[in-house]
Design a protein around this ligand. Structure first.
Ligand SMILES: Nc1ncnc2c1ncn2[C@@H]1O[C@H](COP(=O)(O)OP(=O)(O)OP(=O)(O)O)[C@@H](O)[C@H]1O
Length: 292
């Protein structure tokens, strides 16, 4: 199972949202990271056949994107804004969506719905009306509906938004199990989700892909550029306008600041081990600073 993109492009009027993206994703959970407006939603909607590319092509498990009918059977999608029929009960809504996704046979649908509701911890709410679910529960229902037809490519956009820490861990485990023999594309702003779930990550920026590969290799992009220093609040404010500050923690009257800089920014700054987030920030820039 592979997903292959070849010079895939999307233009909205005068706006080039995705520019000649060529890459291959193999089985497993693939992280997709990028700042606002990078083109992530556009890419996901193209793969879910909700948008047509301006040029270029893609194949999912050998099936060309242009073959919409077969592609829809192969792809499951949880969009960021996911809404459901509020008056339906949870199990009914799942059954309806399973039917729409082409899952044949009432007994087979029931088997899959029971298993998935258990996996997303909604069994006790199967008779609840969708409108009565909390935000996190609706998110879990969205995850379950995207998996109901056992797609070869599962695309999930910010799936852990609104989940509590326990549910977030549970969800990561569910994705890990589901990813066997499949590609799961996990788009998120939560770098921690990528760090804990993915071996590989794709970074989108301005419609192009400046990095695709191992999360460890992304961290390495920041080696020698991550510094830690203790400073007072005035120095901290000044540092923020010159450097990319990754984090700042108050320690009494002073601050423990972690920042990115090409060279040692202060005489007493100490070089720090880079994380994937540091590598990502070096590539895309953050706040006041440009990319390093
Ligand atoms: N329907 C549209 N018409 C015109 N421009 C659009 C349209 N949809 C998206 N864009 C533009 O295309 C670019 C990519 O948008 P996209 O929504 O794919 O980014 P994103 O990475 O998903 O952003 P976010 O993280 O904010 O959701 C942006 O500049 C956006 O303004």
């Amino acid at each position: 199972m592979e997903v292959k993109l070849k010079q895939l492009s999307k233009r909205y009027g005068g706006k080039q949202a995705l520019e000649e993206v060529t890459l291959t994703w193999e089985e497993g959970i693939q992280g997709l990271l990028g700042p606002n407006g990078a083109g992530k939603t556009t890419l996901m909607r193209l793969l879910a056949t909700l948008l047509a590319p301006t040029s270029g092509s893609a194949e999912i498990d050998g099936v060309p994107l242009a073959d919409k009918g077969r592609i829809r059977e192969l792809v499951g999608y949880l969009p960021q804004e996911f809404s459901f029929y509020p008056g339906m009960r949870v199990a009914e809504a799942m059954d309806y969506l399973a039917l729409l996704s082409g899952v044949k046979g009432a007994a087979e649908r029931k088997r899959r719905i029971d298993a998935l509701l258990e996996e997303v911890n909604l069994t006790a709410h199967r008779k609840a009306k969708v409108r009565a679910l909390s935000g996190g529960m609706k998110r879990r229902l969205g995850i379950a509906q995207a998996m109901i037809h056992e797609p070869k490519l599962l695309i999930v956009d910010e799936p852990t938004a609104g989940l509590d820490p326990e549910e977030r861990i549970r969800f990561r485990q569910l994705l890990a199990r589901f990813a066997e023999g499949r590609v799961v594309l996990l788009s998120t702003h939560v770098v921690e989700d990528v760090e804990s779930s993915c071996r590989e990550v794709t970074v989108l920026k301005g419609g192009s892909v400046p990095f695709q590969g191992n999360t460890q290799d992304l961290a390495e992009r920041a080696r020698g550029r991550v510094w830690q220093a203790e400073m007072d609040k005035k120095e901290w404010a000044a540092a923020g306008s010159r450097y990319k500050v990754v984090s700042a923690v108050a320690a009494g009257s002073s601050m423990q600041v972690r920042l990115l800089a090409e060279e040692r920014p202060f005489p007493d700054a100490v070089a720090s081990e880079p994380t994937m987030e540091d590598g990502y920030l070096c590539l895309v820039g953050k706040g006041g600073g440009a990319a390093l």
